[in-house]
Design a protein around this ligand. Structure first.
Ligand code: PEP
Ligand code: MG
Length: 304
């Protein structure tokens, strides 16, 4: 089995009938890049930036963040590195943010909501990201989007940072791709409008399952009720993919579900362009993709 997996290194992610699907990796710190390269991930589909904020007693500086992003961008060379802006709050509490205690943190002030409320925190991270974009193929992704105005505001923040860097003569890539996570039912329903504002979608199935089924992802008692295979979740994926493709942008999955081999035929039938998974899941998925026939894949699991 190990031999079979090793033989997958260097192979293309393509089905028997020629459908290509990109296999990217999820990472949580710059050290994880070694595992991405060892498992032949074709990019990084989700670089969770929380490690920068969780490891310290105070806000990480622009320089600290820049060094971390640059290191990953350089190591990945011409491969895409999608960095998600901070997703603090909910399950990830950080004292120095001094957030109020909430009854329902999963539905509270978290992720992009904090960034839009605290422009200075957001600006520092965006400056670090744009500076790092000069050293590799950085893309920026915003979590927990629910509304069109949020994306417009994010884009304005990006533009302001680019204007600043231009004025300062600091190099950056002005074509840095901007994407959003689709992890709220609102984002699924607004996908046609949202798709016109960004370069890509990436579905966060962990949160999308939680919010679609009204099932707390942290609650162990829910058992079979927290079911990412629920047809409602799979239909949400299909609706979002259709909206993305109608607008001419690509869509991937970066939640745990992306590595679920049982759902691979469903993802192919939906037309997912990318799956971003834990590095050790890349080669088994590649083996499965290379044995698949996309045109025979059906949407039957959406009906049950
Ligand atoms: C998700 O919600 O599926 C996701 C990828 O983000 P996180 O697990 O970090 O919330
Ligand atoms: Mg999430």
């Amino acid at each position: 089995r190990r031999e079979l997996m090793r033989s997958m290194v260097g192979q293309e992610d393509v089905t028997l009938d020629g459908r290509k699907i990109k296999l990217y990796c999820n990472i949580g710190s710059p050290e994880d890049v070694d595992a991405v390269l060892a498992n032949d991930g074709q990019g990084i589909g989700l670089f969770r930036s929380e490690f920068l904020y969780l490891a310290t007693e105070d806000y990480p500086t622009e320089e600290e963040q820049f060094q971390a992003y640059k290191r990953v961008a350089v190591a990945m060379k011409d491969k895409r590195v999608i960095v998600r802006t901070l997703d603090i709050g909910a399950d990830k509490q950080v004292d120095y943010f001094q957030l109020n205690k909430e009854e329902n943190p999963a539905m509270g002030l978290r992720a992009i909501r904090i960034c839009l409320n605290r422009p200075e925190v957001f600006r520092t991270q965006l400056r670090a990201l744009y500076r790092a974009s000069a050293y590799g193929k950085i893309a920026i992704m915003f979590p927990m989007i629910a509304s069109v105005w949020e994306v417009k505001e994010c884009r304005r923040a990006c533009q302001r940072v680019m204007d600043e860097l231009t004025a300062e003569g600091v190099p950056f890539n002005p074509d840095t791709e901007i994407g959003i996570m689709i992890e709220t039912p609102a984002a699924v329903l607004m996908a046609p409008e949202l798709a016109k504002l960004v370069d890509f979608f990436s579905v966060g199935t962990n949160d999308l399952t939680q919010y679609t089924l009204a099932c707390d992802r942290q609650c162990n008692d829910l058992g079979k009720f927290y079911d990412p295979h629920h047809p409602a979740v799979l239909r949400a994926l299909k609706m979002t993919a259709d909206a993305a493709h109608a607008a001419g942008i690509w869509i991937g999955i970066c939640g745990e579900l992306g590595a679920d081999l049982e759902l691979l035929p469903t993802f192919l039938a939906i037309g997912m362009d990318e799956l971003s998974v834990t590095p050790t899941a890349v080669l088994p998925l590649r083996a499965a993709i290379r044995k698949s026939i996309a045109k025979n894949c059906t949407l039957e699991l959406l009906m049950s």
